[in-house]
Design a protein around this ligand. Structure first.
Ligand code: FES
Ligand SMILES: [Fe+2]
Length: 422
């Protein structure tokens, strides 16, 4: 349980909210590289309650600017993208990726607006198929988080991206809460004696070597956040072995969790504003390209196909208003949740908690150990940040490239920390 004040501190990111001030001190995924076509349509994006526009100029340069034109605020999402700048369609002001106003055709030249006015622009770069932007004070940007999967060629990566109608902490708690996976995801994660590790099907379903619904959870703080083990009884040789899944929380909102053999998975919960979140799920195939058929099969099974499950702005067809399209007849016939796709199951329960859940009302148990640790690390770190310390996870150098989640069988009762690296 959190006090009302703690809950507000943890969750709110808009305006002057302390957590929002701290989150602006990280590089933030602002768009996918594939969303921005050279010389093509600018894309609306919103972070921490600020409306932004991202675009790629014809020369390939990427820019992130305030959405609203510095003249009188028309949206630059409507702008023409030409000659390496955005041209506002209202009065023709031309704004470059770095915020310079290049031309103001409706103004007499002697007014020299172009020299006096600048649009708010944000530093950005691309890595791993993501456009990363920095919204913090100039000159305070931290080292870039280059995770190992980001070094793979683009053909070996795919993303699920979707807009959640709830606060970012609800999403983040969902990925950190490992205990729900054996229950909420009964449809997609099946127990099976498949060996010592999770095995994935081509379309993203998986088989797990344990049916234990009540893992023992142990956490260990790390420079980047913390890692935690979920220790379960395996289906095979449970008297002599423990099945351990080690997951990572990387501040402020990234999570690695054990992926099926041959894949690396990462999820991020990026605040759009206090009541909306971008769920970004990166999936990287370690041994070769993800062919188009496999990519579509994964998106279909996930219920995350654009044009079917999502619109072009990643808004879902499954919402609170239609009960996330829960199918009661399917439930009668054996489907556990009646909700299509593992990610949709997660999102449905997260959104069902309300736009910003009041954590004074909850009743936490042993299965919530890792959720509690994340909140504590973020709240304590926020207090230190407000007194002048670096943001959570940025106090010392981290080799992001080598971080990964892991699962393994270990001799029963032995320490997982020594066996596993993460
Ligand atoms: S509002 Fe953009 S040019 Fe006038
Ligand atoms: Fe889940």
């Amino acid at each position: 349980m959190l006090t009302r004040e703690e809950n507000e501190l943890l969750c709110r990111v808009e305006g002057d909210a302390p957590m929002g001030r701290m989150l602006r001190r990280y590089w933030i995924p602002a768009a996918l590289s594939t969303e921005l076509e050279a010389g093509g349509a600018p894309r609306r994006t919103r972070l921490f309650g600020e409306d932004l526009v991202a675009f790629r100029a014809a020369d390939g340069t990427v820019g992130v600017l305030d959405e609203h034109c510095p003249h009188r605020g028309a949206s630059l999402v409507l702008a023409r993208n030409e000659n390496c700048a955005l041209t506002c369609i209202y009065h023709g002001w031309r704004v470059a990726a770095d915020g310079r106003v290049l031309e103001t055709p409706a103004e007499p030249p002697e007014h020299r607006f172009a020299d006096r006015v600048r649009a708010q622009s944000y530093p950005c770069y691309e890595d791993g198929g993501i456009v990363w932007a920095y919204l913090g004070p100039p000159g305070t940007d931290p080292p870039r988080m280059h995770f190992g999967w980001m070094s793979l060629p683009a053909e070996q990566r795919m993303f699920v991206k979707v807009r959640e109608t709830c606060n970012w902490v609800q999403g983040l708690e969902g990925v950190i809460d490992t205990a729900h996976s054996n229950i909420l995801h009964t449809n997609g994660i099946k127990p099976a004696a498949v060996g010592d590790a999770t095995v994935g099907n081509d379309d993203g379903a998986s088989l797990r070597p344990s049916a234990d619904p009540a893992p023992r959870i142990e956490c260990e703080s790390t420079p980047y956040g913390f890692r935690y083990a979920a220790i379960r009884r395996p289906l095979v040789d449970a008297d002599t072995r423990d099945y351990v899944r080690v997951s990572l929380f990387i501040a402020p909102f990234f999570a690695f969790f054990p992926n099926p053999v041959g894949w690396q998975y990462m999820q991020a919960f990026i605040p759009i504003d206090d009541e909306h979140t971008t769920f970004l799920f990166a999936q990287a195939k370690l041994d070769g390209p993800i062919d188009e058929r496999a990519r579509q099969a994964r998106l279909k099974r996930a219920g995350m196909q654009i044009g079917i499950d999502l619109d072009n702005d990643y808004r879902k067809t499954r919402t609170r208003e239609n009960n996330w399209q829960q199918d009661r007849a399917a439930m009668q016939a054996g489907d556990f949740t009646g909700i299509h796709g593992v990610n949709n199951e997660d999102i449905a329960v997260q959104e069902s908690m309300g736009p910003l859940y009041d954590r004074t009302k909850e009743h936490l148990g042993a299965s919530d150990t890792a959720v509690i640790r994340m909140r504590r690390i973020m709240l304590d770190g926020l207090q230190r940040f407000m007194r002048g310390a670096p943001p959570v996870g940025l106090a010392e150098p981290v080799t992001y490239e080598t971080l990964h989640a892991e699962e393994r069988m270990i001799p029963k009762g032995s320490a997982w920390q020594g066996e596993l690296v993460g």
